[in-house]
Write a protein that binds this ligand. Structure first.
Ligand SMILES: Nc1nc2c(c(=O)[nH]1)N[C@H]1C(S)=C(S)[C@@H](COP(=O)(O)O)O[C@H]1N2
Ligand SMILES: [Mo]
Length: 315
């Protein structure tokens, strides 16, 4: 990984020499020694550039993906407005190069890293996932990305890391929607550590074999296919390992409607509408709604994570 700048070290954090050396060895092994000057030599990641990947059939649905036009023009990205067509119209102002991600909290390896260094050793996979929005519509999206767990392991979370929190960029100049108080900015989301490490959870960098368009969360966004879409936070700049459940934007804004878990569940309604059925985008305004499946159809993969959880209380 390429460290952009070392984080400030407080006196309480000064470690004995042996520990420091082993930390340095870790950083070296992870490729953290590379200089910041390398930044300029990296290829630009323009939206639409082709990506090399292998298809992951085991974790892909065989349902037909939505069209590229549907996936990239019907979006939720409140940093660019609250209408579905706002993100496609306005997200061009987001600058995705250079991009860095700050990693902090309960992990042996922390600091600020270039996006390239975080992605570098991981082969890209295509995963065709259902995306079920809490607003009772859904899409099927061919994402390109890497398992989040593979990335997180490289930071060596400690045994106290029970949760992982994420934040989106805060930059009202580039994200005009942040001048409105519709949500508390920056957008924040989080997962329990076992959810974050689950093989279905990915960090996406592309869709339809191409670098993510800005409206879909370029350059790096989370995709958690068994949870409502709002958990899949876009344009991530912060990853924080914590012992306590983090505050997340939608559950803070309206806790009666949006829980921390947000597992797709047709039996637990939103206070204002049913979650039993969904409209598949692209099927036409008059097409019949289709039944919503528990965990968005990923029960076989994820039900074990919630054995001891009352899903009606922990919605
Ligand atoms: N930062 C940020 N991430 C976000 C959102 C948002 O408004 N801001 N919307 C969420 C919601 S409600 C959904 S349904 C998905 C939509 O992803 P898509 O536009 O790529 O289909 O992104 C999620 N991630
Ligand atoms: Mo959503």
């Amino acid at each position: 990984m390429q460290r952009v700048k070392s984080t400030a070290i407080r006196p309480s954090e000064i470690t004995p020499r042996e520990v420091f050396l082993s930390r340095r060895d870790i950083l070296k092994a992870l490729g953290l020694g590379t200089s910041v000057a390398m930044l300029g030599a990296l290829p630009a990641r323009a939206a639409g550039a082709r990506i090399a990947f292998t298809r992951n059939a085991r974790y892909s649905t065989t349902e037909a993906p939505n069209s590229y036009a549907d996936v990239t023009t019907y979006n939720n990205y409140y940093e660019f407005g609250t209408s579905k067509d706002d993100p496609a119209a306005y997200a061009a102002s987001l600058q995705t190069t250079p991009w860095s991600v700050t990693v902090s909290g309960e992990a042996a390896v922390t600091g600020r890293f270039t996006l390239e260094s975080i992605l570098k050793p991981h082969p890209y996979e295509e995963r065709i996932y259902r995306l079920r929005c809490v607003e009772a519509w859904s899409m099927v999206v061919p994402w390109v990305g890497i398992p989040l767990g593979d990335v997180l392991k490289r930071f060596q979370p400690t045994s106290r890391a029970k949760y992982v929190a994420f934040k989106t960029l805060f930059n009202p100049g580039q994200m005009p929607g942040q001048r409105s108080s519709v949500l508390d900015w920056p957008y924040a989301e989080g997962l329990r550590i076992d959810e974050a490490m689950h093989p279905l959870t990915i960090l996406a960098i592309g869709l339809y074999g191409e670098v993510l368009p800005n409206q879909n969360g370029a350059p790096l966004r989370l995709v958690v296919p068994w949870k409502y879409g709002f958990k899949s936070i876009k344009s991530i700049v912060e990853i924080h390992f914590s012992e306590h459940q983090p505050v997340t934007s939608w559950s803070a804004a309206y806790p009666e409607a949006y829980g921390f878990f947000a597992n797709v569940n047709p039996a637990v309604d939103h206070p204002n509408w049913s979650q039993a059925r969904e409209r598949r985008i692209g099927s036409g305004m008059f097409a019949e709604k289709i039944p919503t499946q528990l965990f968005n159809g990923y029960t076989n993969e994820v039900a074990d994570l919630y054995r001891s959880l009352d899903l009606r209380r922990h919605y």
